[in-house]
Design a protein around this ligand. Structure first.
Ligand code: S3P
Length: 447
């Protein structure tokens, strides 16, 4: 495996951000579109697919499993699926790179195919816990042989006689929920997943879009039970992938922080189980609105209008965490410029993302002169105007840490450098050009 050279970047103080742009396609939805397209009968055309490294890894893995995926001349992706249960044993290791979603969802798919699949990934993915997926997949009948701590590389020995299960998620994780549902596609009878805190429901929405029967019941305690009828015939269905709200978060927060900014971000997915950041920013005083609300491929979409705003600190309850789990690094940056204290609770899951994000946020913000502390799984940031910046931040193979600290450097007194911006391409190819096109000053920095 060749290791690409590090790509240091520096962000300097910038003037207002202005313009109308479209961010790349949603990462979560893009993975699912390729996977369900590969399991459907017929030809699925996907427009707006995120062509980031994570999603391209999923495409390569699905090709290795026998599906036919190709990019058209006009940029649409065409997937010719093999039907539920129709994948074939890959001849080599599947390398999912940096992608936890790709690895965990495809583990679910192959768990109910009667062959063996080997998985690996980059140094970040090889540190991440996979036992949370292995455990329910073993109940369905697969065997998983992993490194100590349930880590990659690992082998999934697919079930020969899969059993449907009813599984209560021990952690709120859309990846684990989706792995179980994808495994359940090739099991007879009903597979169900119970979640106490609702997590992103892209899998449920897209399974329905492809013709599967998925029932969702609200439970008395605020949780949900998702029931999938196994062995459906999935029918190829065209899809338009909305812009990624988690990518939009970076220009949105940058525009809020830079006086005089005014942006429109077109066609962003605003799934109500993903939009906790917007609710939080509005409570902080952000001038942020949705326009032109519509639906695409079963997902709500809107144009986001954002204007520079004076932010104030707020308290964010643990129950909101699943609805904004990927947005805490950039929210912590916003909080470090806000007036007063921001308290973010229930962040234990941040320890097991592409990096230990709680650690990365605290180290990075402290190095930039912010007042930040962690107490258990609570993050506390005391904001100040005129934050210093002036640090080099380790990106830790974590795209969201890299982009968050570049945004900090756009609003701080001194420039902020990140040691490696190459990781940004996993989710937001073109980030630097898009931001600079709006008025940012981010440059390569080899010093
Ligand atoms: C994702 C689910 C979340 C999120 C990740 C994408 C998905 O992870 O952090 O970036 O596409 O299902 P968890 O399931 O670990 O919470």
């Amino acid at each position: 495996m060749s290791i690409p050279p590090a790509m240091p970047l520096v962000a300097r103080a910038a003037g207002p951000l202005r313009g109308r742009v479209r961010v790349p396609g949603d990462k979560s939805i893009s993975h699912r579109a390729l996977i369900l397209g590969s399991l459907a009968v017929g030809r699925t055309t996907i427009r707006g697919l995120l062509e980031g490294e994570d999603v391209l890894r999923t495409a390569a893995a699905l090709r290795a499993l026998g599906a036919d995926l190709a990019r058209d001349a006009d940029g649409a992706w065409v997937v010719k699926g093999l039907g539920v249960g129709g994948l074939a044993e890959p001849a080599d290791l599947l390398d999912l790179g940096n992608s936890g979603t790709g690895a965990r969802l495809i583990m679910g798919v192959v768990a109910t195919h009667s062959f063996t699949t080997f998985f690996t990934g980059d140094a970040s993915l090889r540190r991440r816990p996979m036992a949370r997926v292995a455990e329910p997949l073993e109940r369905i009948g697969a065997r998983i042989v992993a490194r100590r701590g349930g880590r990659l590389p690992l082998a999934v020995i697919g079930a020969t006689a899969p059993m449907p299960i009813s599984y209560a998620l021990p952690v709120p994780s859309a990846q684990v929920k989706s792995a179980v549902l994808l495994a359940g596609l090739n099991a007879p009878g009903e597979t169900s997943v119970i979640e106490t805190l609702p997590t992103r429901d892209h899998s449920e929405r897209m399974l329905r879009h492809f013709g599967a029967s998925v029932a969702v019941e609200a439970m008395a305690d605020g949780g949900r039970r998702i029931r999938l009828t196994g062995e459906p015939e999935l029918i190829a269905a065209d899809l338009a992938v909305p812009g990624d709200l988690s990518s939009a978060a970076f220009p949105v927060v940058a525009a809020l922080l830079l006086p005089g900014s005014e942006l429109v971000l077109e066609g962003v997915g605003v799934n109500p189980l993903r939009d906790g950041l917007f609710e939080t920013l509005k409570a902080m005083g952000a001038d942020l609105a949705f326009a032109n609300e519509r639906s695409a491929g079963g997902e709500p979409v809107a144009d986001l209008m954002v204007r520079a705003s004076r932010l104030k600190g707020v308290e964010i309850p643990a129950e909101r965490a699943p609805r904004m789990i990927d947005e805490y690094p950039i929210l912590a940056v916003a909080a470090s410029f806000a007036q007063g204290r921001t308290i973010m609770r229930g962040l234990a899951e941040l320890r097991v993302k592409e990096s230990d994000r709680l650690g990365a946020i605290v180290d990075g913000l402290s190095a930039c002169g912010a007042d930040v502390a962690v107490e258990g799984d609570t993050l506390i940031v005391d904001g100040k105007s005129g934050l210093r910046g002036g640090a080099t931040i380790a990106a830790r193979l974590d795209h969201r840490i890299a982009m968050s600290f570049l945004v900090l450097g756009m609003a701080s007194a001194q420039p902020v450098r990140i040691d490696d911006g190459a990781t940004i391409a996993t989710s937001f190819p073109g980030f630097v050009d898009l931001m600079n096109g709006l008025g940012a000053a981010i440059a390569a920095d080899a010093t």
